[in-house]
Design a protein around this ligand. Structure first.
Ligand code: CTP
Ligand code: MG
Length: 222
């Protein structure tokens, strides 16, 4: 394999409601992080997996994942971007391709990991999985007044894993001083072209309680 996958898992899961850190919350009796790592490890291109765990849970996460796949576990940071940076820092220099994932996208199939990695290998410096937007999108002003309807045919909902040439992602992180909600945002700002490949409905981000119910149902989808 020529790919390292970073799995930020250090968030607390405020939107999911009270309980353990989100990555350790159970889905079908197993932590979300276990589901995510098992699927990433099943992708043949993957050589290295780095998990960024909540600082207080690093040892517990190491033990939890020991039976799942060989992983490096580091302490995450205050924002997702900090957790990604901590994980990126331990990726061996000879790894050509780095994918940045989310533990919260626990059901992401190995095939999506492979297709993103393949697109980077094929010459794209930055690749993101994306789906069409299904809702009509409005732009609003003060008082929730509708200003207009956005042309949704040019919009995409973006998922993870997002894939990058190692040098491109490292340079974007070094240059980045402001906040970004995804890694491609950082790379775009550096002027690097980013291309979309088809995402997967199974790669949904478990964010709110309803998402956990949907994921529970999807667990039994073959
Ligand atoms: N993440 C992280 N470090 C942080 C914040 C988030 O590693 N400081 C990770 C989360 O663990 C998750 C992914 O980034 O796997 C996507 O973040 P999100 O879905 O927002 O998870 P949380 O931040 O945990 O949830 P919330 O925003 O509801 O608190
Ligand atoms: Mg968050």
């Amino acid at each position: 394999g020529d790919v390292a996958v970073l799995v930020p898992a250090a968030g607390s899961g405020v939107r999911l409601g009270p309980g353990a850190p989100k990555a350790l919350r159970l889905l079908g009796g197993e932590p979300l992080l276990v589901h995510a790592v098992r699927r990433v490890a099943a992708a043949p291109s993957v050589r290295v997996i780095v998990v960024a765990a909540p600082a207080a849970e690093v040892e517990a996460v190491r033990e939890l994942l020991a039976a799942v796949a060989p992983v490096i576990v580091v302490a995450g940071g205050a924002e997702r971007q900090d957790s990604v940076a901590a994980a990126l820092a331990v990726v061996p220099a000879d790894v050509a391709i780095v994918l940045v994932h989310d533990a919260a996208r626990a059901l992401t199939p190995p095939e999506l990991v492979e297709s993103v990695a393949a697109a980077v290998r094929g010459g794209h410096p930055a690749v993101i999985p994306a789906l069409p937007v299904v809702d009509t999108i409005k732009e609003v002003g003060t008082g929730e007044t509708v200003l207009g309807t956005v042309d949704r045919s040019v919009l995409r909902s973006v998922q993870t894993p997002q894939g990058f040439r190692h040098d491109v992602l490292a340079a974007a992180h070094r240059a980045c001083l402001d906040a970004h909600t995804d890694d491609a945002g950082m790379v775009e700002k550096a002027g690097v072209p980013v291309v979309c490949v088809p995402g997967s409905e199974l790669a949904l981000k478990i964010t709110r309680p309803l998402d956990l119910i949907i994921a529970e149902a999807l667990l039994h989808v073959p």
